[in-house]
Design a protein around this ligand. Structure first.
Ligand code: NAI
Length: 334
C-alpha cells in the first residue's frame, strides 16, 4: 500500500524504513500536511502524520476525495485531527496509543530536576569560566509535594519515579485509578491540588475540557512560587496567563516541552530567522523558564515502538482487520 508520510524528519525515515522492511511503499514528504500540501498525497490510500500536521475537516475532505482511506498517526494524542469529520468521510484513523510512556515520564522528571537545580544555567556558566553559585540555589525534592494532573500511563510513571525521591504525591483525574492509589497517591480536586503542590505537572490529553486548564483563574489557586511543568500539549496552558504569574511571582518556575503555538516553530531550525512570536520570545527571557521543542518522546525506544505500531496499523488495515488502535467519535466524547 502506498503511504504518504508527512512531516518526515531523518529519524522518521530511518525508523519507519527499518520497521516497514519493504512491506509498504513509503513516500517520505518533508512538508507538513495542510490545505496547500494535501494534494501531495493524491492517490495514496494511507496518509501518515505527526502532531503538528493539520487534519481539519477541509484537509481530510481533500484527502478522502483523492482516494485516501487511512490516516495513521505517529502519535498518541489526536487533538489535531477532526475525528468527527474523518468518521463522516469514512476515513479510518489509527494512532500509537502507547509508545514508551517512560520516555515522557523520565523527561518530565529530568525537567523538574533541571529547573530546580539549574543544570542548564550551570552548564553555560562553567563553559564561560564562571564558577559562581549565585542564582543556582535549589530545593530538595525529598518531602516536597508534587501535584500530578492526569494519572494515565505517563502520570502514573511520574508518580512512581517521584515516589522514589521521597516526594508526597497528590493527583487530580476525573477517572482515578487503583494503580495510582496503590502508590500512596492522594486524589483531590484541581483547585486543592494547585493550592498544595510545590510542583505541578500536567499529563492529560488536550480536549475542550482541558483547554487552558492553567489559566488566569486557575492560577489564583496556585501555591505561591510553585513550579509548573507541561510535557503534554501546549494548549493546556494559557501562555499569557503564566507569563503574568511568572512576573508577579505566583509561579516560581516553568518547564515547557510543548507550546500552544508550537506548530510554526518546533521541529525546524529557525536559528537564522527572527522569531515573530512575541509571547514565545518573552518566555525565553525568564531565568526561571526552561523550554524544549517537543522532545519528551524522542528516545530510541519510543521511535522504535512508534514505527513498529504504525507499520502494523497500516498492515492490519490493508488486510481488513482492526488493530484496536482505531479512534472514533465515541473515543473523542468518552
Ligand atoms: P492516558 O490516556 O494514558 O492518560 C491521560 C489521563 O488524563 C487519563 O487518566 C484521563 O482520565 C486523564 N484526564 C482526562 N481529562 C482530565 C482532566 N480534565 N483533568 C485531569 N485528568 C484528566 O495518556 P498518556 O499516555 O499518559 O499521555 C498523556 C498526554 O501526554 C497525551 O495526551 C499527550 O498529549 C502527551 N504526550 C506528550 C508527548 C511529548 O513528547 N511531549 C509524547 C506523548 C504523549
Amino acid at each position: 500500500m502506498r503511504v504518504a508520510v508527512f512531516s518526515t524528519k531523518s529519524h522518521d525515515r530511518e525508523y519507519l524504513t527499518v520497521a516497514n522492511d519493504g512491506s509498504h511503499e513509503m513516500d517520505f514528504l518533508e512538508s507538513r500536511l495542510n490545505e496547500e500540501t494535501a494534494p501531495l498525497a493524491a492517490g495514496a490510500p494511507a496518509v501518515c502524520i505527526f502532531v503538528n500536521d493539520v487534519a481539519s475537516a477541509e484537509v481530510l475532505g481533500q484527502l478522502a476525495d483523492a482516494g485516501t482511506r487511512l490516516l495513521a498517526l505517529r502519535s498518541a494524542g489526536f487533538n489535531h485531527v477532526d475525528i468527527e469529520a474523518a468518521n463522516e468521510l469514512g476515513l479510518t484513523v489509527v494512532r500509537v496509543p502507547a509508545y514508551s510512556p517512560n520516555a515522557v515520564a523520565e523527561f518530565t522528571v529530568g525537567m523538574i530536576l533541571a529547573l530546580d537545580r539549574k543544570y542548564h544555567r550551570a552548564h553555560s556558566r562553567v563553559r564561560e569560566g564562571n564558577f559562581s553559585l549565585e542564582g543556582l540555589l535549589g530545593f530538595d525534592l525529598h518531602t516536597r509535594t508534587v501535584g500530578i494532573v492526569g494519572t494515565g500511563k505517563i502520570g502514573q510513571l511520574v508518580a512512581r519515579i517521584l515516589s522514589g525521591f521521597g516526594c508526597r504525591i497528590i493527583a487530580h483525574d476525573p477517572y482515578p485509578n487503583d494503580q495510582t492509589r496503590e502508590l500512596g497517591v492522594e486524589y483531590m480536586d484541581l483547585h486543592q491540588l494547585l493550592g498544595e503542590a510545590d510542583i505541578i505537572t500536567l499529563h492529560t490529553p488536550l480536549t475542550p475540557e482541558t483547554h487552558h486548564l492553567i489559566s488566569q483563574s486557575s492560577l489564583r489557586h496556585v501555591k505561591p512560587g510553585a513550579m509548573l511543568i507541561n510535557t503534554s500539549r501546549g494548549a493546556l496552558v494559557d501562555t499569557e496567563a503564566v507569563i503574568d504569574a511568572l512576573k508577579d511571582g505566583r509561579l516560581g518556575s516553568l518547564g515547557l516541552d510543548v507550546y500552544e503555538e508550537e506548530a510554526d516553530l518546533f521541529f525546524e531550525d529557525l536559528s537564522n530567522q527572527v522569531i515573530a512570536d512575541d509571547v514565545f520570545s518573552r518566555l525565553l527571557t525568564f531565568p526561571n523558564v526552561l523550554v524544549t521543542g517537543h522532545q519528551a518522546f524522542f528516545t530510541h525506544d519510543a521511535l522504535t515502538q512508534i514505527a513498529e505500531t504504525t507499520v502494523t496499523n497500516i498492515k492490519l488495515f490493508e488486510e481488513g482487520r482492526a488493530s484496536g488502535n482505531e479512534i472514533d467519535v465515541q473515543a473523542v466524547s468518552g
